[in-house]
Design a binder for this molecule. Structure first.
Ligand SMILES: Nc1ncnc2c1ncn2[C@@H]1O[C@H](COP(=O)(O)OP(=O)(O)OP(=O)(O)O)[C@@H](O)[C@H]1O
Length: 219
């Protein structure tokens, strides 16, 4: 289970003023929740919230629990937490453009596993068998998104965080990514997805709207 308890965060705006981005925010992802959409207007803090959940931003007050344990806010300890438990797909995918698909997915494989074998398994899971040697710069947006998802899955994370995973894709490709998420959820994978897309939101088990620094459950 993931839990944010009374989480607050203040950021400095370009004009130097402080802005309270999160204000005693609460969030729980129970073990039986397979997917949660985080909605909210641009600038409401969706990406920042995912970065906190990923252990990439420790500059907050309040508590973040994973499986009943406090997630550390210090950089090195939170990096260990991320390595063990979190898959993270950023808005821009962050793939190495000049390397091939296999190389990129191998980077996500955790210690103690055969990197090549695990990477191939994950490419099969996102229906990209045969793409191993293809340079990332030759991929379509939908294929690059799948590679980023495969890399996130490679370490067998407890949860995959995806930031606007269909933002740059057309409707048909969005549908195929949602079908993939549904498939992966049936195999036990869990997702928290920041999105502006109503189609993505409707495909999730739960929808939370970020407004005025807090999350409100939406039907
Ligand atoms: N460390 C920081 N320092 C200063 N400002 C920050 C910091 N982190 C986030 N912000 C600001 O907080 C606001 C929320 O940004 P964020 O990217 O999380 O919003 P978002 O809801 O994901 O937006 P979008 O839907 O446009 O992607 C922005 O105004 C951003 O500039």
């Amino acid at each position: 289970m993931l839990q944010l308890d009374s989480l607050s965060k203040t950021v400095r705006e370009p004009n130097g003023q402080q802005r309270r981005l999160f204000d005693a925010l609460h969030m729980t992802m129970a073990d039986h929740d397979r997917s949660i959409a985080i909605l909210g207007r641009s600038g409401s803090g969706k990406s920042t919230l995912l970065r906190i959940l990923a252990g990439l931003d420790g500059a907050y007050t309040g508590s973040y629990f994973h499986a009943g344990e406090l997630v550390p806010q210090r950089e090195q300890a939170s990096a260990d937490f991320r390595m063990r438990h979190i898959g993270y797909v950023t808005q821009s995918y962050d793939l190495l453009e000049d390397r091939n698909v296999l190389h990129n997915v191998r980077l996500g494989v955790g210690p103690g596993e055969d990197a090549e074998e695990r990477a191939s398994e994950c490419l099969a899971a996102v229906q990209l068998e045969g793409f191993e040697r293809k340079p990332v710069r030759h991929l379509s947006g939908g294929e690059a998104q799948r590679v980023a998802i495969a890399r996130a899955l490679a370490k067998r994370p407890d949860v995959v965080l995806a930031d606007e995973p269909t933002g740059a894709l057309d409707e048909r490709t969005e549908r195929s990514i949602l079908d993939l998420f549904a498939d992966l959820q049936r195999q036990g994978r869990r997702f928290i997805i920041a999105t502006h897309s109503e189609t993505v939101a409707r495909a999730c088990d739960r929808r939370l709207v970020l407004a005025d620094g807090r999350l409100v459950e939406r039907g």
